[in-house]
Design a protein around this ligand. Structure first.
Ligand code: NAD
Ligand code: MG
Ligand code: MG
Ligand code: MG
Ligand code: MG
Ligand code: MG
Length: 326
């Protein structure tokens, strides 16, 4: 069984005694900065001169520095820029500021695990990855609660990396919910797998294919949208609250019977085989290489797929329906 750590397992004073640089002020960045500040920590923000996030950080009462300035003045550096830019930001602004005694933190393992960041061997390196978007990380903290997080120590040179990392997680509010120890490989690979197979890729493919099947068969797109997309939230809420069996208890017997009979016909052996292939491509670095090369090429595939995504009939129907049913 995975062990969970809570507030009582963490000494918050350790992180309160450090200066923390938060590099990036987006979804995660703003939540880390505000939660840490409210937990009594000294927080510096690092953002490029031209960053649109500067205004937001200033509005929240911070005086952003340049990334290398914030990193140079800090004992702990949390890298919260998009994963695809972390390698570049690290080499251009962070690397030169690292010195023994410093702790480099990340909130997702992609950059370290796939070699985009290669830290020197004389500093501490760790991960605290909250299990949710920054908005929730902040909202839950403000509500005296927290969201869980995964954490791991990548490199402990000082002998204090573990205590300080857990202290950081406490200041974030995550030990109020519980934090689970993982490895960089486990966090990175399971995160990519789940978003591709279930949460994002799998779910959107399922919804679109079902929507197209109904519309093709002559049903009203508005009705198809409501039952195939909007109602997902109601089922997801039940799954979140109590798991699959609980959800089955809450739906009608008809829906439950249909679930048992039809579910395995839709996601069967063929999909399972593809899941294994996808997992192999994540494990052997194929996906990471494609994503890194895509960024180096100026993201031509992402732009083309985004245009196609936005042009799908389900978007126009959805826009209309969301106006009609607020
Ligand atoms: P984001 O896109 O919301 O924000 C990125 C921030 O970095 C912005 O403020 C942007 O201005 C800034 N930035 C961009 N280029 C920069 C540069 N060259 N130098 C300095 N700052 C730069 O990103 P995010 O979703 O907060 O993701 C940050 C990290 O947190 C990633 O490692 C991500 O995997 C991880 N994470 C995200 C979530 C989530 O739900 N969003 C959850 C857990 C972990
Ligand atoms: Mg996006
Ligand atoms: Mg995750
Ligand atoms: Mg992810
Ligand atoms: Mg029932
Ligand atoms: Mg129904």
């Amino acid at each position: 069984m995975a062990t969970l750590l809570y507030d009582a397992d963490a000494n918050i004073e350790l992180i309160q005694q450090k200066r923390i640089a938060i590099i990036g002020y987006g979804s995660q960045g703003h939540a880390h900065a505000l939660n840490l500040r409210d937990s009594g920590c000294t927080v510096l923000i690092g953002l490029p001169e031209i960053s649109r996030s500067r205004a937001r950080a200033e509005k929240d009462g911070f005086s952003p520095l340049l990334p290398h300035e914030a990193a140079a003045q800090a004992d702990c550096i949390m890298l919260l820029v998009p994963d695809q830019y972390q390698g570049q930001v690290y080499s251009e602004s962070i690397k030169e500021t690292l010195a023994p005694g410093k702790l480099l933190l990340v909130a997702h393992g992609f950059g370290l695990h796939y070699g985009q960041i290669v830290p020197p061997d004389n500093i501490d390196v760790a991960m605290v990855a909250p299990n949710g978007p920054g908005v929730q990380l902040r909202q839950m903290y403000v509500a005296s609660s927290g969201i869980p997080a995964l954490w791991t120590i990548y490199q402990d040179v000082s002998g204090h990396a573990r205590e300080l990392t857990i202290s950081y997680a406490r200041a974030l509010g995550c030990t109020r919910a519980g934090i689970i120890q993982t490895t960089l490989a486990e966090e990175t690979e399971t995160d990519l797998f789940a978003e591709q197979v279930v949460l994002c890729g799998g779910l959107t493919s399922l919804i679109r294919n079902a929507f197209e099947t109904l519309v093709e068969a002559g049903y009203q797109p508005e009705v198809a949208y409501t039952c195939c997309l909007q109602e997902v939230k109601l089922i997801a809420d039940l799954l979140y609250k109590g798991g699959i069996h609980f959800m089955h208890n809450s739906i009608s017997d008809t829906a439950e019977f249909g679930d048992y009979l039809t579910g395995p016909r839709i996601i069967g052996q063929q999909s399972r085989e593809q899941m294994r292939n996808v997992l192999h491509e994540i494990q052997d670095g194929t996906f990471a290489r494609n994503w890194i090369l895509e960024n180096q090429a100026g993201r031509p595939t992402l732009q083309a797929l985004r245009r196609k995504d936005a042009a799908h009939q389900i978007e126009a129907v959805g826009k209309h329906m969301r106006q009609m049913l607020p």
